[in-house]
Design a protein around this ligand. Structure first.
Ligand code: M7G
Length: 327
């Protein structure tokens, strides 16, 4: 079967490879991702988190001849029909462990093409990235508008992740070939594209993100009636674009905003309803329809409401709340 062809993996002599990787690093200067072809230069320091349920592992380490820390996040992919069609056949290896009556236990090795592991590499990773990916105790904070003004806002003005990746998308400098839909309007426009967490290959874990063109809307807290046209536009056009491209109706989509987000530039998450995507629980997700409805009912709802959010115990924001005796 043509579909089942093995992917040819070129094998390079170790010495040649090392020289080539180091020459690449020298030539390409700072950006690791322009040269990274394998993990031969990666030195593992420790496991940050490990979830057998999600089938993910997050490793902290460094790259030879490069300053600073790196994070590698590995995630096994879900099955889908294409994989099944192309793996359950004679091109793959099936090793018997044991059998008992009608029950047989095997280890199955699909071909290279169908055994890929989704991999995210963050380099250079800041201490804030490391805390984000590290498993640790979490706490729920009931953030009143006063606490937002006096604790959260000053903290996030002092310490936040860079939004460079967002700017690159909005200015069509990165991920241009991944864009699913763009409305270029500076007031109500946005770019819809697959989230970093989705490889775009199977709808079972469909995850897209709509990033607004308008700058300066940090989070849910900032939203008021001026933003209703923007929110309604994202909902309507996002749903239409996903239905056209992936054939998923809006009744099978979960459309929501995180609070607190990791990145303080307004964006909306679109995930497949059957997929238990990370961050979909009540303590973090606000369904877009309810956000629109709340603002319709009360224009300054999100400036007046107490908004609960989850924070990790080692995050400086938690320490700030703890220092003030609030948690
Ligand atoms: P969030 O609610 O700010 O944070 O969502 P969290 O869900 O990580 O807690 C930001 C979303 O943007 C997340 O779903 C990320 O996976 C996604 N994302 C982050 N980065 C750095 C990128 C990127 O470079 N490209 C794309 N396409 N998505 C990203």
């Amino acid at each position: 079967m043509a579909d089942c062809e093995e992917v040819q993996v070129e094998v390079e002599e170790p010495a040649t490879k090392k020289a080539r990787v180091q020459a690449d690093i020298k030539e390409c200067g700072e950006n690791l991702h322009t040269v990274l072809k394998d993990f031969s230069e990666f030195q593992q320091t420790r496991i940050l988190s490990d979830s057998s349920q999600r089938k993910t592992i997050c490793i902290e380490g460094s790259f030879n001849n490069r300053e600073g820390k790196a994070i590698v996040l590995l995630e096994k992919k879900p099955f889908n029909e294409e994989i099944l069609k192309n793996t359950l056949n004679s091109n793959c290896v099936l090793q018997k462990e044991f059998s008992n009556d009608i029950y047989g236990f095997y280890e199955f090795f699909p071909s290279v093409k169908y055994s890929g592991i989704k991999t995210t590499v963050i380099y250079p990773a800041t201490e804030k990235h490391i805390r984000k990916y590290q498993s640790q105790d979490i706490h729920l904070i009931e953030e009143t508008p006063e606490l937002y003004e006096s604790v959260t806002l000053p903290h996030l003005q002092k310490e936040k992740f860079s939004l460079q990746w967002v700017t690159n998308i909005l200015e069509h400098k990165s991920e241009t070939d991944r864009v699913v839909f763009e409305d270029p309007s500076p007031e109500i426009g946005f770019i819809l594209l697959p989230d970093l967490k989705w490889d775009g290959k199977q709808i079972e874990d469909l995850y897209l993100v709509a990033i607004v063109h308008q700058r300066g809307i940090k989070s849910l807290r900032d939203l008021n009636s001026c933003h209703l046209p923007l929110l309604k536009n994202i909902k309507g056009k996002g749903i239409k674009a996903i239905e056209e491209k992936y054939g998923i109706p809006c009744s099978q989509l979960r459309i929501y905003i995180h609070y607190q987000p990791s990145f303080y530039h307004l964006h909306v998450h679109f995930t497949y309803l059957k997929y238990d995507a990370p961050g979909i629980h009540a303590e973090k997700s606000h369904i877009l329809s309810s956000v629109i409805d709340n603002i319709d009912l009360m224009p300054d709802y999100y400036q007046k409401a107490t908004l609960p959010f989850v924070v990790k115990e080692t995050e400086n924001l938690f320490l700030e709340y703890e220092r003030r005796g609030i948690v």
